[in-house]
Design a protein around this ligand. Structure first.
Ligand SMILES: O=c1[nH]c(=O)c2ncn([C@@H]3O[C@H](COP(=O)(O)OP(=O)(O)OP(=O)(O)O)[C@@H](O)[C@H]3O)c2[nH]1
Ligand SMILES: [Mg+2]
Length: 450
């Protein structure tokens, strides 16, 4: 068994959170996750449920429904049947509980919020997509109440998202089940989690099957990673609504690179200048928040940077994840090169590297600089263009040269008998990991961008 579109076990389907989708509600969202589409709206009412009358406390509830043709075959409307199914009631209670967990109901005051989640197309994960979308609609509604001075203070305590995970035959634990997978899964589970990484609800069940503690841990790990991505996207989306990023002055000849590293930026500028292309980096968009590099590989981190920024800026974006792999240190610092000594500090990183290599003889100090470049178009992670580049050398015992950045003064290129920091920018680009990766990109990106 293989997942559709060769999806990885830890990969979400492409998703999109379209804010302010409807005109009337205080908050509204079209949430899509693969082919699953849910319209979520949040309405504010100046009344309290009976059990809160006489208090200053507010309430949040939810209603869930599915359009007849959301499913492969038409399902009868619950309104026509005259009653809601047990499934519907269970799901809407779940959505209400999830939303209430992240709002201070005292601060909400004597009013009610109702989240309506209407599934217009169902391809698995409708309840979790409803929660993720309803939360965003709620966030929009509460922000509006604060802007309009209805509320003195925002009662939102945390972010929130939900996702499904499951165990598939032959594959094992996977993130984000689509409907065809849901039918085959021996175990499926819905995870609802806050931005702080706290669980609100776990619904896990075996179907003619059982699951072990270690499988449960794996499912929780996958779910956590998926939810982190959803929450990151929500935060970006929200920030973007508060301060839209102005990309109008970017010409056709601009490449946006998702980096804040000035050393990388100047290398990219020099390399693209020969093509007549201008480079912008995240430093040109100071409002963009940090991207947490939670991936386990260079490629995962580069995708995270490129996909996130491409989505936010709505432009094609190139990202670089790179690092130094030292043989005597079993490939370390690798993806942790920037934060090897804690915070990102080149001098401390170099000092730590030298310390860890104390007593290692010259011939055993071989190392490789690696770069993975990912070029991403907005909201099409499946089409990401991925290329690599490397350069081999040795780690010196004493730094040499003042050019470059990072570990350059410690990286000896044996063919030139010079450290990377003793090379001019042009000389470094001709042989460097980043230069090699760009030359590999050069061969393919024009066709890909068409
Ligand atoms: O001497 C070096 N010459 C290089 O040519 C080079 N390329 C990468 N590195 C090191 O590896 C980390 C990458 O980490 P990284 O890819 O996450 O980048 P970063 O965090 O600095 O910036 P960003 O692109 O993520 O914003 C960097 O910080 C550096 O320590 C280099 N060191
Ligand atoms: Mg980084």
């Amino acid at each position: 068994m293989q997942r559709n579109h060769n999806r990885g076990t830890a990969e979400l389907r492409p998703f999109e959170i379209t804010a302010n989708y409807l005109k009337n509600p205080e908050g509204s969202v079209l949430m899509t996750l693969g082919a699953t589409k849910v319209i979520c709206s949040v309405s504010v009412e100046d009344s309290q449920p009976p059990f809160l009358r006489g208090t200053e406390k507010g309430w949040i509830s939810a209603e869930y429904s599915m359009l007849p043709r959301a499913t492969k075959e038409r399902t009868r409307r619950e309104a026509t049947k005259g009653r809601q199914t047990g499934r519907t009631i269970e799901i809407q209670r779940l959505i209400g509980r999830a939303l209430r967990a992240v709002v201070d109901l005292e601060k909400l005051g004597p009013r009610s919020l109702v989240a309506d989640c209407d599934v217009i197309q169902a391809d698995g994960g409708t309840r979790t997509a409803s929660i993720t979308g309803a939360f965003f609609a709620l966030k929009l509604a509460l922000a509006r109440l604060v802007t309009n001075k209805v509320l003195p203070e925002n009662p939102l305590k945390d972010d929130l998202a939900a996702i499904s995970v499951g165990i598939l035959p032959e594959i094992g634990p996977v993130l984000d089940l689509e409907a065809s997978e849901d039918q085959q899964a021996s175990v499926d589970m819905n995870i609802v989690m806050t931005g702080q990484g706290e669980f609100i609800e776990l619904q896990g069940t075996g179907e003619e099957a059982t699951f072990s503690g270690s499988q449960l841990n794996e499912l929780l790990y996958l779910g956590t990673k998926g939810i982190e991505q959803l929450i990151t996207a929500q935060r970006y989306q929200f920030d973007k609504l508060q301060h839209p990023y102005d990309t109008s002055d970017l010409s056709q000849n601009t490449v946006v690179i998702a980096t804040r590293n000035a050393g990388k930026a100047s290398e990219f500028k020099a390399m693209f200048a020969s093509d007549g292309l201008q480079v912008k980096t995240l430093n040109d968009f100071p409002d963009l928040p940090e991207i947490e590099e939670t991936g386990k590989t260079f490629e995962e981190n580069a995708r995270l940077k490129a996909d996130t920024i491409a989505r936010v800026l709505d432009l094609p974006v190139l990202a670089d994840d790179s690092g130094l792999q030292v043989a005597a240190l079993h490939g370390r610092p690798g993806i942790y090169s920037a934060r090897y000594a804690g915070d990102h500090n080149d001098a401390a990183n170099n000092a730590k590297l030298l310390y860890e290599l104390t007593g290692v003889p010259k011939e055993k100090r071989n190392a490789t600089f690696h770069t993975t470049l990912v070029f991403a178009k907005p909201n099409q992670p499946e089409n990401d263009l991925v290329v690599d580049g490397e350069v081999n050398g040795y780690i010196l015992g004493i730094p040499r040269g003042d050019n470059g950045f990072g570990y350059d003064p410690l990286f000896l290129v044996p063919e030139l008998d010079k450290s990377l920091a003793e090379l001019t920018a042009d000389e470094k680009n001709k042989i460097s990991h980043r230069g090699n990766a760009l030359r590999n990109l050069e061969k393919v990106w024009r066709d890909w961008l068409k």
